[in-house]
Design a protein around this ligand. Structure first.
Ligand code: F6P
Length: 341
């Protein structure tokens, strides 16, 4: 069997570990050959390929990014997109595809499966917002990067008696903010799932200063004030209809300064959270996902996604995993609230 592999959407640490595991097991154990498709769905659309064999995956385990490249190309937003993908697969003799991606890339995989393409999905995203799996790889690395930043910001915030705001990624789900904020001892954590009251945030800031400590506020880019809208960097939409978020941190700093008279500054972590070497846990999870993805291909489990449930790797229907995103449970948020202020 000839298996195509692609990585789509925002990159994340651990993608190369998945690719390596797929090839390292698929060649000797099943006798499969592989073809890499470049830049997400653009690869099969435009027949952009990269050879993928054991020598090609040597040394990539600790490397961030993806050797295959990525993009946010949506074949369903392009005329004849599905037919073009079918044609490419047929011309190149590719029997099955492994799509490694988040909600958008796997949403496309779900529809392609329904259109008869042999496909298995592997969940990735630093946001950890994919349903069907307890965790996605990339998340642990992103949280560790954010916690490291928060630890560093604590010391400079104390020296200068400033409120420091840390803006982290998370469009619709506040998993990074919640985990990093709790691990970093934040004075408040603001997430997209729970609209925040700016007066309350200012009270937490003031009470923190009264204790002679400087407040650190962790805010997800998609957090929204009670009376207001999400803050956008730009309202232009990508191929999947997403606007570009960003700016809530600066908005908060401005509000805090105006309302409390305390100096407030913002650090936007941005793509730093997605770059660089994966954590040990993400390498482990990504490797296991890759090993199980190639087993799923060998077993013809088309339309399934590899997932982590507890300590087990299982398969779940792609259609279930991509129906809706996984958001933060209010009970988990309530745990973090104990430490606010
Ligand atoms: O989906 C992952 C993610 O990192 C989001 O948290 C963020 O909003 C988005 O990607 C940013 O995407 P881009 O790098 O394309 O601007």
């Amino acid at each position: 069997m000839r298996v195509g592999v692609l990585t789509g959407g925002g990159d994340c640490p651990g993608l190369n570990a998945v690719i390596r595991a797929i090839v390292r097991k698929g060649v000797p154990e099943y006798g499969f050959s592989f073809l890499g498709f470049r830049d997400g769905w653009r690869g099969p659309l435009e027949a952009l390929t990269k050879p993928l064999d054991i020598p090609a995956v040597r040394g990539i385990l600790p490397r961030g990014g993806t050797i295959l490249g990525s993009s946010r190309t949506n074949p369903f937003a392009i005329e004849d997109g599905v037919q073009r993908i079918r044609r490419t697969l047929q011309n190149l003799g590719v029997d099955a595809l492994i799509a490694i991606g988040g909600e958008d890339t796997l949403g496309v995989a779900t529809k392609l499966h329904e259109a008869g393409v042999n496909i298995v999905g592997v969940p990735k995203t630093i946001d950890n917002d994919l349903a069907g799996t307890d965790y996605t790889f990339g998340f642990d690395t992103a949280v560790n990067i954010a916690v490291d930043a928060i630890d560093r910001l604590h010391t400079t915030a104390e020296s200068h008696h400033r409120a420091l705001i840390v803006e982290v990624m998370g469009r619709h789900a506040g998993w990074i903010a919640l985990h990093a904020g709790m691990a970093g001892g934040a004075s408040a954590i603001l997430i997209p799932e729970v609209r925040f009251d700016i007066d309350q945030v200012c009270k937490w800031v003031e009470s923190r200063f009264q204790l002679e400590y400087a407040p650190i506020i962790v805010v997800a880019e998609g957090a929204i004030p009670k009376e207001g809208e999400a803050v956008l960097h730009s309202s232009a939409k990508d191929a999947f209809g997403h606007v570009r978020l960003g700016g809530i941190g600066d908005w908060l700093a401005h509000q805090i300064e105006e309302r409390t008279g305390q100096e407030a500054r913002t650090t936007v972590l941005g793509h730093v959270q997605r770059g660089g070497t994966p954590s040990a846990r993400d390498r482990w999870l990504a490797t296991r996902f890759g090993l199980h993805a190639i087993d799923a291909i060998a077993e013809g489990k088309w339309g399934q996604m590899i997932a982590l449930r507890g300590a087990d790797i299982v398969t779940v229907p792609l259609s279930e995993a991509t129906q809706q995103i996984k958001v933060v449970d209010p009970a988990l948020y309530a745990e973090a609230e104990v430490f606010f202020g």
